[in-house]
Design a protein around this ligand. Sequence first.
Ligand code: ADP
Ligand code: ADP
Length: 580
Amino acid sequence: MMNTIVPTETQARLIEPYGGRLVDLLVAPEEHDALRAHANTLPSIQLSDRALCDLELLATGAFSPLERFMGRADYERVVAEMRLADGTLFPIPVTLPVERIDDLHYDREIALRDSKNNLLAVMTVEEIYTWERAAAAQQVFGTQDPAHPLVAEMTRWGSLNLSGPLRVLALPRHYDFADLRLTPAQTRARLAAAGRTNVVAFQTRNPLHRAHEELTKRAAESVDGTLLLHPVVGLTKPGDVDHFTRVRSYKALLNNYYDGDRALLALLPLAMRLAGPREALWHAIIRRNFGANYLIVGRDHAGPGNDSTGRPFYGPYDAQELAQQHSAEIGVGVLTFSEMVYLPDEGRYEESTRIPNGAQVASISGTQVRSDYLNRGRQLPDWFTRPEVADILSESYPPRHRQGVCLWFTGLSGAGKSTTAEVLTILLLEHGRQVTVLDGDVVRTHLSKGLGFSKEDRDVNIRRIGFVAAELVRHGGIAVCAAVSPYRATREDVRAMVGKERFVEIFVDTPIEVCEDRDVKGMYAKARRGEITGFTGIDDPYEAPVNPEITLDTVAFTPEENAQRIVAYLVEHGYARGGK
Ligand code: ADP
Ligand code: ADP
């Protein structure tokens, strides 16, 4: 059932110090039908995105010699000492945590499925064990600070780990960049065909700028090796540039600036843990399984950023140190680099530790790439990023004035939401923006036709508007929404649906006496006479916003003046260009 991939002679030599075991858990195709039918009689669990990535790397041997989600003995020793029970170095726990499930028994098989219930594998449960959250966080990540993305995520993991032999029917399907998704065996074959003894792997979760290009080329040349450009496309740090954009940029870079005989681009479906030093070591082991015998470890490798006191979780060179300590044991050389910076006077890159005294240096941080360049529609300079890459980044991250935003008016009936929204829409069109108006009354004639004014129906109506607004905003439009939206919690839900940084709550704060006096639709009179019930402000509550981005006064200011104020706010925040 389990096949072992036989490595070529060169590969065997590379893997030798590590035990030489390369696992492949894929079940032979002729056994699929029988196993599939059997699996349908078993209890199932759905794998998280993280477990799905882990399963793929277990199945293809990328985590070799690990061939299952860890059992207790492996888990505990890995957490405490970075070693599997048999002593093999392995710094990161790979587990399958679940919540207590009813028909969970030892020696019972269980079907592992993806979120759409496709069958991926069958596990024979040999172990079910509890694990200690706080201790694991402290030992693996060196912290219990929830600012660490994995420490935060772990609090949502189940309290029991499952382990046992796996029979894998299918790897998770990837429809994107299919030609770049190479298993360890496929990667080793491609590297062997390139013919060089040395293979230098480069790990990344970011777009590659000139500094990275320089460092990868220098590293590969230093050992006359083939470069394995091995970006992570599984799970990286929340907020990272999406992998579609990144991979398009890697391809552009490779096609234009690397020697095709000396570099191989392949995608790694790894779920990163952002464990800094321990992760660097893990990266080295994984890359070794893909056929590399060197790994580049630069500054702050696999770092999660800063802790809740604003200090970095790991020292900038801790990862290099740990990887180097174990380099001989795992058979992967570590090519270290300090930060690469640009010397404008000489027009070249150099490591920060080798800069001539008093020389001018230039650099742009990742944050600045977004805030000072992309958000403002400025092209990244040539010395920093290749133009092909800069173009791809600016397509994916258009300037603020071409990004979406939701302008959410809330207030009593007759407060002036529709009237102000109408003027605002015209002004925004004048500023060259695309606008869609979702007016509560209008929406009730189509999208929400048939809904009444009970609390439930009102909530459904608001959520529908919110859903449409979120889609519009995601596609770069302005959604102008004008509905009473009386309930605070529902408005907060919509804010979350749209994304809080793109949601502008505009409180049209008109006193009820004024609204009632205006009584545009004659509704207040009807409500007072008791002909309609549940009318906001009369016999149904209006919960005013606590912290709206904008509050309008429609008694002292005209609709034009208020609309201008909103435009000024948008210009100030970059969502519209000043001066039209
Ligand atoms: P991660 O280390 O989390 O995968 P990156 O994609 O930012 O994130 O980094 C990939 C590799 O490149 C790491 O080894 C990192 O230390 C190195 N690196 C990134 N930026 C620089 C830089 N400006 N100078 C030197 N090394 C760098
Ligand atoms: P809503 O959409 O909040 O129910 P409408 O915009 O439909 O309210 O109605 C508001 C009414 O108040 C309109 O008849 C409008 O002409 C009048 N009005 C008077 N002054 C103002 C003002 N400063 N801003 C907005 N509307 C005003």
